[in-house]
Write a protein that binds this ligand. Structure first.
Ligand code: NAG
Ligand code: NAG
Length: 359
């Protein structure tokens, strides 16, 4: 998570370009995604991208368990509390297929949220193995959790602390095909040389590797049980290889999942509506999860000042040592609806969670 900060800061130009791309090219992206879906080797995958959204609005699919990987750092805790608040609020809204919830705490010891949030403690990687790259613990956390927990649901949503459910989330998976959010910066085809270290030629073209990370993904438990150990193995090997580590940096563990799932012949249904990322996505609309990984900086005229601290701002990284105060000021007029919704969602949660400030 810390790594994401650097990436966000390091390439504001790229992000601005991308944001621009999002505004004008949503249609093109959709077409691209559809083509990808259609070209996939999976014969039974009939253009799910087109037909699923409306069909699924009603819910009624198989339930999925919400699995949230987290640490006991104050920064992780307040995000988890907000995340769990919105899970509880959306869980039983018509259209939701959410089942149970587990915070998988991979820092090795119970913390003071065990009562508030259903949690299970798993071990971190052995000292030093993650080399400070905390998210490398995620695959290991899933391996342990899947081994020791009894999970009622047939499907699992892999979620992260900075996710807020803004609409009831149906099961977007389709039988054996998991659903994932396509990330623009995961580009297997442009990293062919490195990909081939982990995805050998006999497996087929590197375009078999989906442009995704492990989260958000809704996947059959039985399939994740196969992928998770491979994901761990591939991630560790990637981290161990200086060339790969340098090329993939803060998104290495995402590539790890993408490659591991491809090694098991699994293709994901790519759902752009799975998630929105303020400030780049302007409206919540019918999307399901707000991912607040990017800072939102605006001047008082409501203009984005990305990369430059705004007169008004909401950035999760302003709150590394403890929760943001209750009742954050709303953004000035002119700021996109997605950002307003985000701040209102944070405020609603903090207003309703007892002992908010004591964490
Ligand atoms: C990963 O798997 C390979 C081959 O299956 C094995 O040789 C290697 O030791 C594993 N690496 C780790 C770090 O588990
Ligand atoms: C929240 O802050 C606003 C000013 O920004 C204030 O008018 C309002 O009364 C506050 N609400 C609560 C519940 O404290």
């Amino acid at each position: 998570m810390i790594g994401r900060k650097n990436a966000g800061r390091a390439s504001p130009l790229l992000l601005v370009l991308l944001a621009f791309g999002f505004f004008i090219a949503t249609y093109n992206l959709l077409i691209l995604v559809m083509h990808k879906g259609n070209r996939s080797d999976a014969g039974e995958l009939h253009d799910p991208i087109v037909s699923r959204p409306d069909e699924l609005r009603g819910g009624g699919g198989a339930k999925f368990h919400v699995a949230l990987t987290a640490t006991d750092a104050p920064y992780s805790k307040w995000q988890c509390r907000i995340m769990y608040y919105w899970y509880k609020k959306m869980k039983d809204v018509p259209g939701s297929d959410m089942g149970g919830f587990t915070r998988i705490l991979h820092s090795g010891n119970p913390d003071n949220l065990m009562e508030e949030i259903p949690s299970i403690v798993v071990d971190p990687l052995p000292e030093g193995l993650d080399r400070g790259y905390i998210v490398l613990n995620r695959p290991w956390a899933f391996v342990q959790w899947l081994e020791k927990a009894t999970i009622e649901e047939e499907y699992i949503l892999m979620a992260e602390p900075d996710h807020i459910f803004v609409n009831p989330l149906p099961n977007l998976a389709h039988g054996d095909h998991p659903a994932a959010f396509p990330f623009f910066y995961i580009k297997p085809a442009e990293n062919e040389k490195i990909m081939r270290k982990y995805y050998p030629e006999e497996m087929g073209p590197v375009t078999n590797v989906d442009p995704i990370g492990n989260s958000p993904v809704i996947i059959k438990k039985s399939i994740l049980e196969k992928i998770a150990p491979t994901w761990m193995n591939v991630s560790l090997r990637m981290k161990d290889d200086p060339e790969t580590d340098k090329a993939f940096g803060w998104v290495l563990e995402m590539y790890g999942y993408a490659v591991a799932s491809a090694l098991h012949g699994v293709r994901h249904i790519l759902r752009k509506d799975f998630m929105l990322q303020p400030p780049w996505d302007l409206e919540v609309g019918n999307k399901f999860i707000i991912h607040y990984t990017y800072g939102c900086d605006y001047n008082m005229k409501g203009e984005l000042t990305y990369g430059k601290i705004g007169e008004w701002r909401f950035d999760k990284r302003s709150h590394l040592r403890g929760p943001p105060p209750r009742n954050l000021s709303l953004p000035p007029p002119g700021v996109p609806e997605s950002v307003v919704r985000l701040v209102k969602a944070v405020n609603e949660a903090s207003a309703n969670i007892p002992n908010w400030d004591t964490q």
